[in-house]
Design a protein around this ligand. Structure first.
Ligand SMILES: *[C@@H]1O[C@H](CO)[C@@H](O)[C@H](O)[C@H]1NC(C)=O
Ligand SMILES: *[C@@H]1O[C@H](CO)[C@@H](O)[C@H](O)[C@H]1NC(C)=O
Length: 351
């Protein structure tokens, strides 16, 4: 959300003083590139939508984790005072820059921008055994470049945190590329598949989120010497350190705080009062263990509450054209972490 605001603020300030300055100096015009100012106007709605989808994906991926992607964590720019540099910060940066790149790329494929279309640069070339590049590949190169301009520009620092954030922004963009899918079409007499043409398509954004969640679990901690970054040589050493780590991996500098506990200084709510899942069809392993993770392992009990939900049901289509539904009431049991009453799960190790 902060990113969205920042993009808007930049666009506005761009409309005023900065833009005129840039236009006056003739930046970009002759090189065929859009000026930064003009770019903000054209892409800012797409960037905002992309950042939003990154945030929604973060909330989805962490819905049953102790840290559940709270608004407070979504401070992406370096202006905000308290900035953490832990594994969760790493994920927020990666999923946001991935969301921005993804949305820009999708907008491009849908023809939303005049200056951008399919990536057909390899069309006609041999791609592999029995297939040629052809068709309309999603233009991730475009999304990547514009996302870099917008998201990386929010990072104005020069310290290790800045280097970490930029690294994770890049890891987010790499995740979009890594999850792209090859789709092919057969050619040949009467449906025989003697040759195929193939193109690369964006996956569902959910897949990018799941990919980054794995990277989150495997994030690397970078240890830097105290005081590194206070000198030019130190900054060089920081840059070298980060450069040595693959941009496919997430990196962090600090350990995460204990998310079980409320900590007002850090703005952490703790897990008391959180809902968790127990029984139910189609619960994955991660969800099924959520009561243990959120309550039991945090020293809290699991409290059952009965609740009633009202949903639309037995909907009928009436010719023509209305849908009428009944309201169905259903008793459901929900589970919450509670300090007082409820069932105590034997706590296990607290990772
Ligand atoms: C790009 O796509 C997003 C979400 O699909 C949409 O909200 C936005 O308006 C699009 N941007 C443009 C410039 O069409
Ligand atoms: C909150 O977190 C800070 C920083 O990690 C720590 O120093 C402090 O002791 C914590 N406070 C509580 C109440 O746990």
């Amino acid at each position: 959300m902060i990113l969205v605001l920042n993009a808007a603020v930049r666009a506005l300030s761009c409309l005023g003083y900065t833009c005129r300055l840039q236009a006056a100096s003739g930046l970009g015009r002759d090189s065929g590139l859009l000026t930064t100012a003009a770019a903000y106007l054209i892409y800012s709605s797409s960037v905002a939508a992309g950042a939003q989808s990154g945030i929604e994906e973060c909330k989805y991926q962490f819905a049953w984790d102790r840290w559940n992607c709270p608004e407070r964590a979504l401070q992406l720019s370096s202006h905000g005072g308290l900035r953490s540099a832990n594994r969760e910060t790493a994920f927020v940066h990666a999923i946001s820059s991935a969301g921005v790149m993804y949305t820009l790329t999708r907008n491009c494929s849908l023809g939303d921008f005049d200056n951008c279309g399919c990536d057909d640069s390899r069309n006609g070339q041999l791609g592999g055994q029995g297939w040629l590049w052809g068709g309309c590949s999603d233009n991730v190169g475009f999304g990547e470049a514009i996302s870099k301009q917008f998201v990386d520009a929010l990072e104005t620092g020069q310290d290790a945190r800045a280097a970490m954030n930029l690294h994770n922004n890049e890891a987010g963009r790499k995740a979009v590329k890594a999850t792209m899918k090859r789709t092919c079409k057969c050619h040949g007499v009467s449906g025989s598949c003697t040759t195929q043409t193939c193109w690369l398509q964006l996956p569902e954004f959910r897949e990018v989120g799941a990919h980054l969640k794995e990277k989150y679990h495997a994030a690397l901690k970078v240890e830097l010497l105290q005081g590194a970054g206070n000198s030019a040589a130190g900054r060089g050493a920081i840059a070298d350190t980060f450069r040595a780590i693959s941009t496919r991996e997430l990196v962090h500098l600090e350990d995460s705080p204990d998310y079980c506990l409320e900590n007002k200084t850090l703005g952490l709510p703790g897990t008391e009062g959180r809902e968790c899942l127990r029984r139910g069809r189609a619960l994955g392993r991660w969800e099924r263990r959520s009561c243990r993770r959120l309550c039991g392992d945090c020293g809290l009990a699991v409290e059952q509450r009965r609740a009633e939900t009202v949903t639309s049901c037995n909907c009928k289509f009436h010719w023509c054209c209305a849908v009428r539904c009944e309201q169905c009431r259903r008793r459901v049991t929900k589970y919450f972490c509670s300090r007082s009453g409820g069932e105590r799960l034997r706590p296990r190790r607290r990772p």
